[in-house]
Design a protein around this ligand. Sequence first.
Ligand SMILES: Nc1ncnc2c1ncn2[C@@H]1O[C@H](COP(=O)(O)OP(=O)(O)OP(=O)(O)O)[C@@H](O)[C@H]1O
Length: 708
Amino acid sequence: MEPNFKRISHHKEIEQQEDNDKVKLNKEQLEAINHYNSPLLILAGVGTGKTQTLMSKYSHLLKQGISPQNILAITFTKKAAKEMKLRAQELSGKPLDYSWVGTFHAQSARMLRRDKIFKLVGLKQDFKILEQSESRDYIVRLFRGQKNLKRLFLTYFQEALKEKKSYKKPTMNYSEIQMTLDNLKERCIEIEDDMPNNLTKLEQLVFMNIYEDYQKLLKKENSVDFRDLLFYMYQIFRKFPDILVKNRQQFKYILVDEVQDLNTLQQQWLKLIVGENQNLTCVGDDDQMIYSFRGATGDFILNFEKHFPTAKIIKLEQNYRSTKNILMCANNLIRHNKNRKGKVLWTDKEMGTGINIIREFNTIDEEVIGICNQISKRIQTEEIDLNQIAILSRMNNQARRFENQLILQDIPYQLSSTKKPFLQKFEVKKAHQYLLYLVRPNEDENMIEVLLTLQKIGQITVDKLIEEAKNQNASIHSICEKLTGVIQVLDEEETSNQPQDQSKKKNKNKRGNSTTLENLEQEIRQEYDNNRSIRKSNQEILKKIDPTKIKKQINGGKIKQLKQLLEKRLLFLQDYDEEQMYHNFLKNTKFFDYLKLELSQVGNVEELHRRMIESLEKKKVEDNIPKIKVMTIHASKGLEFDIVYLPFWVQGSVPIHRDGTELEEERRLAFVGITRAKNEVVISMHNEEQFNDRSWYKSKSQFLREMS
Ligand SMILES: Nc1ncnc2c1ncn2[C@@H]1O[C@H](COP(=O)(O)OP(=O)(O)OP(=O)(O)O)[C@@H](O)[C@H]1O
C-alpha cells in the first residue's frame, strides 16, 4: 500500500537570520525554505544561492527536530554532500552520523546494502564498486580471444572514421563502447527489453553483443559499475513494491540539487521514490545544463509542473558571487542562447575589473607555460590564497597539459578528482612500469604489474610466483628465469657484444630517431650497465633456485607467456626492432608526448623516474596545503574561486561544436566557467596549433565577441 502523505502543518517558519548562520537570506530564499506540502522548484540563476538555500532548508528541518533518517538529500558531487553535512551539523548543532546526504550513486549503494537487498539482483555480500578504468578493463576482457567480435566493432569504427572523412587506421575504442553501455543504462534500457528502434548503430552493436555478457561477467566477479548502482535500485523499486513503499515511508522530505542535469534513469529513480510525497524541493538552473552528453535531458526542470501538477516555482535572481563586470559579460554571452527560460540576474556587488584577455601566445605550449609563469609570479608578489585560483579547461586532456608545467615550476596544484592525474592513468602507469621492468626486473613491484597485463596470467598465478619467490629468497623475475629457461646473458658475453651494440646505435641514428628517443635509449642502457653488479649477484641466486615445485603449479600455456615476456625484455636490450616496438607503444599511449616535454627539461631518465614517483608520493603527503585547482569546467560546477583562468579559448576548443543545440550547450559551459569567478577572470588563447610537424592558424573563440 502507498503511504498517505498528509499535509504537515506544524512546520516552524524562519523569519529572519538564524543566529549562527553566516549569510542573511533574502525574501525569496526564505520563502523557499518555508515552503512545504507541495513540490517546489527553486529556479535560480547562477550564484544566486541555490546551494545555500538547499543547505539552509536541510538545516532548518533538522532544527525542527526532524530526524536525518527521514530526509533524503541528493547532491551532484561527493564534495557538495560533504559540505552540506558539515554545514547542517554546524547550524543544527546535531551530529549527522546517519544522514542520507549524498549523490544518487552513493544513496543507491547504501540502499542496496541495507537489508541485503543486493541479493535480489544476484549480488553477494561485499560486492565491489568498480572505478571507470576497472569496468573498462572488463570490457576489454570480453574482447580477448574473440576475433569475430573485434572485427565487428573494428568495422564499425572504420565506417565511423570514413564518415568523418578520416582515413586513420581504426582502433578499438573501448572507452566509447563503455560510454555507450552507460548510456543504455541511463536511458533505462534493460537487457531483457526488445531492442528499441531509436538506437544508434554503435548502441545496437553494444546492446546485441556486449551488454548481457558484460553484466554476467560483473556479477560473476561480484562487482558493479557506477551506473549499475542506480539501475539496480531502479529495477528493485519497480519489481518489489514493498521495498519501494518502505523507502517512501522513510523519506518524508526529499531535497535535490542541480536538477537541470538529471538523466532519464535519475529522473525515473527519483519519481519512483517521491511517489505522492509533497515535500520535494528541487533546485536548478536551465542556463547551467551541461551534461547532455551524459544523457541529461533538461526535461525535469523545463517541465516540472507537468511532472508535479501541484508544484510551486520560486525564482532566485540576485547573484551574490561575481562583480558587476563579470556578471555583465556572462549575461551578454548566455543571451545568445534561444532555448532558455530566461532570468534577469543582478548584483549589488562592486563593478570590479573587466575580464582580462591574453592574446599573446603563439602555441599551446607557450600558453601553458605563460599562464603558469603568471601564476607563479603572482604567488610571489601578491597575497593570494592558492585555493582561490582555478584553471578551468574545456577538456580533460587540456587540464592535464598544465600538470607537467606546474610540477616543473613547483606550484602546488590539485587536479580534478573526477579524473585520474596523467601519471596515474592506467596505460601510462603500465608504460612506466614496463619501462622500469626493462631495466630493473628484480624489483617485484614492477614485475607484478607487468605480469598482470599478460594474457592467461592472473592474480592466482602471480600469487603463486610471489610465494615461491619468498620461499626461495629470490626475486619473482629470477623465479621466472628459472621456470622458463630464459636467462640473461653473462657479463663476459655482453662485453664481447659491445662493438655490435655500437654498430646498432649507429644504425638507429641513420633511421632518424629524435634526440629524445636516443636519450631514452641511452639512459636505459646506462642504467642496465650500472646494474651489472646487481645482475652478477643475481646469477648466484639463480643457481640456487629449485624450480621443481613451482613448475608443477603453473601450466605450460602460462609458462609460454612468461617466456615470451622474458625473451622480449632480452630482445629489447639487444635488438633494435624490439626497441622500436616499445617506442611505438609509448607513442600510442601519449606517454611519449609527456617524455618529450619532460626529458627536454629534466635531462635524464633516472631523474624522470625520480620525479614521477616523487610527484605521486608528494600528492599523498601534501593533501592539506593550499593548492591551485586545475579541472574541467564540467567539474567546476557549483564551485567558486576568487580568480579563474580560462585557457584555450579558440574556435574548435571553446566552443568545440559550432552549431545547433550543441553550440548552445558549449555556450552554457563557457557561461559556467566565467561565473565561477568572484573577482577576476583571465581568458587566454594561442595563434596556432601543431601536429606531426604541421601547424595551422587558430581563430579566437566566437564567445569573446558575444560577451562584449
Ligand atoms: N542571501 C545571501 N546573502 C549573501 N550571500 C549569499 C546569500 N545567498 C548566497 N550567498 C553567497 O553567494 C555565493 C553563491 O552561493 P551558492 O554557491 O549557494 O550559489 P548557487 O546558486 O548554488 O551557485 P551556482 O549557480 O554556481 O551553482 C556563496 O558565496 C554564498 O555564500
